[in-house]
Design a protein around this ligand. Structure first.
Ligand SMILES: Cc1cc2nc3c(=O)[nH]c(=O)nc-3n(C[C@H](O)[C@H](O)[C@H](O)COP(=O)(O)OP(=O)(O)OC[C@H]3O[C@@H](n4cnc5c(N)ncnc54)[C@H](O)[C@@H]3O)c2cc1C
Length: 474
């Protein structure tokens, strides 16, 4: 499916043979116009959306990125930065064609500083590879999206990605100390410093984080890392109603507990996941919702005590059963089940995913509203997410809903869900970003003045609006 940019949106210079020759002079042998390659860079994991770039460029150095952007700035050619294309809001979709700027070859870990616990990387490093490289030193890089085996750190920085352990360890923004960025004009800047605190001027580092490739291309990042805890315990708790599971979430924190992961899965999600993995291990009959709770630390006895306290709290919320994953294999199986949910839903049918986030005590209310809206508009939803962060992924399943209702009525339902989310003190996206698909809802979260301030920032960084145009801002 391809939705086109509105007729009123800016038009860009088509990529001509002359432009291709110029790109070949900058990065000889790494300019791709072959149909199959273009097809590979035409989509991410967002719904079934698809936009062909006119050319794919694969730079290897900051100087090459700078030369490409400088050229495109001068010639008004649209450029879309791309990581591993696992995004869930269409941030990398080249909606105006133009140049797909793939950073995947900039994939070196430049420095591991074991004295100050920092790592400096290029943007094309796979998230998991950072922790793999740190493991021999007893260190790890905590932000771990479920896609960590394939997504790139540049994409994580651009989306301010969260992950399964954000509830205890925080999200991408909490680990970024310094960046090197190529601006849309081709100029190169450095932001931040290799320090843990910094009150020096406007925080351009944090402006870049989460800017979804609209303000600059990140070509280097210095990240904080941590010593890896030696022990973890994992349990799956089952509740009669999904709302009981949601209510138990905030109770755990009020009891002074800090799980290292706290994931919610409604029963339909477990059913989708088990079908996808071909297992039937966890009961769904009479169960409305599940919580996956992990605690970690360096002392086994302390972890066991924490588990007991977790169980005591969950019992106050009518927990039916708690299964401890008492071997590494059982832990791995539970994590496989949780991590496959997105793929399991996508494999079943066309779907739209909303990345709602609310104060965690409001989770049950948000879930109830999603179901109520679903009943009224006639759609099934499968909900799961990083409950400890108040982050609920709402997967709306197309099934046999006619295309015109899917395209025209569903946005009204989604708007209602977002309006309710914001009324609870929440917002549109916890970690997946706004990208291409959610920008039409930005007026729910921001006033015209706030949106105009953002447009002003975009104009300042990108006067010709060539870098990832038509993203974030409506
Ligand atoms: C199965 C699955 C599970 C997921 N689980 C999670 C999860 O738990 N938590 C979470 O937060 N996300 C999750 N995601 C979403 C996705 O993996 C993240 O958003 C990830 O950060 C995207 O990285 P990427 O390399 O694929 O980037 P892409 O999708 O290629 O690009 C994402 C955005 O980053 C921009 N970009 C890429 N590289 C750069 C750069 N160097 N400089 C500037 N901009 C750049 C692009 O223009 C685009 O706007 C999941 C996705 C899938 C498919």
């Amino acid at each position: 499916m391809q939705n086109t940019p509105a007729a009123t949106e800016q038009r860009y210079t088509p990529v001509s043979p002359e432009h291709l020759s110029a790109f070949s002079r900058i990065i000889p042998g790494r300019v791709y116009t072959d149909g199959e390659v273009l097809e590979d860079y035409a989509h991410d994991w967002t719904e079934d959306l698809h936009f062909l770039p006119e050319v794919v460029l694969k730079p290897e150095t900051t100087a090459e990125v700078s030369a490409i952007l400088g050229y495109c700035h001068t010639h008004r050619i649209a450029v879309t930065p791309m990581g591993a294309r696992t995004g869930l809001s269409g941030g990398m979709l080249p909606v105006h064609g133009g140049v797909a700027l793939a950073v995947e070859r900039m994939n070196r870990i430049l420095d591991i500083d074991t004295r100050s616990l920092q790592v400096t990387v290029q943007p094309g490093v796979i998230n998991q590879h950072i922790s793999d490289a740190l493991a021999p030193y007893g260190l790890f890089y905590p932000p771990d999206p479920s896609s960590r085996g394939s997504c790139l750190i540049g994409g994580n920085l651009a989306e301010n990605a969260g992950g399964l352990h954000a509830v205890k360890y925080g999200i991408t923004k909490d680990y970024v100390l310094a960046l090197q960025v190529v601006l849309p004009t081709g100029e190169v800047i450095r932001t931040g410093a290799k320090v843990l605190k910094n009150s020096t001027g406007y925080n351009l580092t944090q402006l870049m984080v989460g800017s979804e490739g609209t303000l600059g291309v990140i070509t280097e990042a210095t990240l904080k890392v941590l010593p890896k805890p030696s022990h973890t315990a994992l349990m799956l708790a089952m509740f009669p109603l999904a709302e009981d599971a949601c209510d138990a979430v905030s109770a755990l924190f009020r009891a002074g507990l800090l799980p290292s992961a706290l994931e919610f899965m409604e029963t339909d999600a477990i059913a989708f996941g088990q079908k996808f993995l071909g297992i039937d291990t966890y009961p769904t009959e009479g169960v409305g919702g599940h919580l996956l709770v992990e605690v970690d630390g360096n002392e086994e006895a302390a972890i066991l005590r924490q588990c007991e306290r977790v169980a005591e709290v969950l019992e106050q919320y009518r927990v039916l059963d708690i299964r401890f994953a008492d071997t590494a294999e059982k832990q791995a199986e539970l994590w496989r089940l949780r991590k496959c949910l997105g793929e399991a839903v996508k494999g079943h049918t066309i779907y739209k995913e909303e990345d709602t986030v609310v104060p965690r005590a409001e989770l049950a209310q948000l879930l109830a509203k999603v179901k109520e809206v679903g009943r009224r508009f006639g759609f099934q939803s499968v909900c799961y997410g990083h409950a400890g962060d108040g982050n609920l992924h709402v997967n709306i399943i197309k099934n046999d809903m006619p295309d015109d209702r899917w395209e025209n009525e569903l946005p009204l339902a989604i708007r209602e869900i977002f309006e309710y989310t914001v009324s609870l003190g929440g917002t549109l996206s916890g970690e997946h970003g706004i990208g291409w698909v959610q920008r039409r809802y930005m007026d729910i979260a921001f006033s015209p003045l706030e949106l105009e301030l953002m447009r002003g920032i975009k104009r300042l960084f990108d006067p010709h609006n060539i870098l990832n145009p038509s993203k974030i801002l409506p």
